[in-house]
Design a binder for this molecule. Structure first.
Ligand code: PLP
Length: 392
């Protein structure tokens, strides 16, 4: 009898996509999807265009062009404190998503358990489930989401094979401190676990804080797969260029699985990303921090004024806010009602939690143009005015 696979019959469409569709129907402002509306740096754009003109339009080596692997190795050493051999320890991937997927396929077995911190990024959860692995959730509590090392230690069983660390995190904005990462590294070492990092928001860190790459900690690099990419930092989510660093014992298998699904990251876009790494000055990255920190303030102020208390994020570009006062039972109803009342799309908290723990929460993305953000904030303020009017 024909039918879907066991896994496919259990999948549910991501609420992020659902909200985007609903938002389009009402012509609202979409603060649901993490798509940056900011401009692609000219250096990056022009280098990709020039690469197409110069004929870089075919498959590349499975692990990426030499120019980009070298630029990544330079960046990892300069900015992340990670020493990488560009020939054997770096794989250019189809975004961080392709990197995580391939690393899981190469290093995990069906039935393995992998620790995710909750709130988690839905793709991490779904990728693990899709590979017949079991996500084990360790919760972090708002507003600052500190690591409780005991919770992590007791969650680990004999079947646990890895820990995923997303820093700064989507959706909480949690930035893991060096001390917290040291505790995670010690636990990974003690239980002989892989550490999969997702550092895609590494450049979006606020209040003068510093991003720490777990693999830069002593003695942990060999069990760590460091994953990052260019989608967010250069506003090129559609180009699909990311990368990972792992020790040469793991990269051939990771590269093999990446090749099977994605073949390679797009050739011309690899050149664009390389030019960005080679030529963009430190002031570009500082400019991003200033711009997004400013947008974070605008977003959090508007949420407070609308009666939705935000957990102010230390990094990344999302805010989780308490939507207890928005009508609706459960986060999906709340998100739909908020869209109906204000024309602003958000993501229901249930996308990032299990067991109803996200029921009162909504996530707002502030990676928007100034104009769209101002429009969204003005619309959100109407919520308070509407509820005040209804109480009079
Ligand atoms: N990792 C996290 C935590 C994200 O939030 C996102 C996008 O929203 C991605 C990865 C996707 O990255 P990429 O476009 O490089 O696949």
């Amino acid at each position: 009898m024909l039918g879907l696979s066991d896994i496919a019959s259990r999948i549910v469409q991501s609420t992020i996509r659902t909200m985007s569709v609903e938002c389009e129907k009402v012509g609202g402002v979409n603060l649901a999807q993490g798509v940056c509306d900011t401009e692609v740096p000219a250096i990056v754009r022009q280098a990709a265009e020039a690469a197409i003109e110069a004929g870089h339009n075919q498959y590349t080596r499975a692990d990426g062009i030499a120019r980009l692997r070298q630029a990544i190795a330079g960046k990892l050493l300069r900015q992340n404190g990670i020493r990488a051999d560009p020939e054997t320890e770096i794989v250019v991937t189809s975004g961080a998503t392709g990197g995580f997927d391939s690393a899981c396929r190469a290093l995990l077995n069906p039935g393995d358990e992998v620790i995710l911190f909750e709130p988690y990024y839905g793709y991490h959860y779904a990728t693990l489930v899709g590979q017949y692995c079991k996500p084990l959730l360790v919760s972090l509590d708002p507003p600052d989401y500190p690591l409780v090392a005991d919770r992590l230690a007791v969650a680990i069983t004999s079947k646990t094979r890895g820990i995923v660390v997303n820093t700064p995190a989507n959706p909480s904005g949690k930035l893991f401190s060096q001390a917290e990462l040291g505790q995670i590294a010690a636990i990974a070492h003690h239980h002989d676990l892989f550490l999969f990092t997702d550092e895609i928001y590494e450049h979006f860190v606020y209040d003068g804080q510093r991003h720490v790459s777990p693999a830069s900690l002593p003695g942990i690099a060999d069990r760590t797969v460091t994953i990052s990419g260019f989608s967010k930092v250069y506003s090129i989510t559609g180009w699909r260029v990311g990368y990972l660093h792992a020790c040469a014992r793991w990269t051939p298998a990771i590269s093999y699985f990446h090749d099977l699904t994605y073949v390679c990251a797009p050739s011309a876009f690899q050149h664009g990303a390389a030019a960005g790494l080679e030529q963009l000055p430190a002031s570009f990255y500082q400019g991003l921090v200033d711009e997004y920190q400013h947008k974070r303030e605008i977003m959090c102020r508007a949420l407070r004024e609308a009666g939705m208390e935000p957990s102010v994020p230390a990094g990344a570009y999302y805010v989780l806010a308490d939507a207890s006062d928005v009508p609706g039972s459960g986060s999906v109803e709340k998100a739909l009602n908020l869209l109906r009342l204000t024309g602003v799309a958000s993501v229901p908290g249930e996308a990032f939690f299990q067991g109803g723990r996200g029921d009162r929460l909504l996530r707002f993305c502030f990676a928007k143009t100034e104009t769209d953000l101002a429009d969204a904030c003005e619309r959100l303020r109407r919520l308070r005015r509407a509820s005040q009017a209804s109480h009079r």
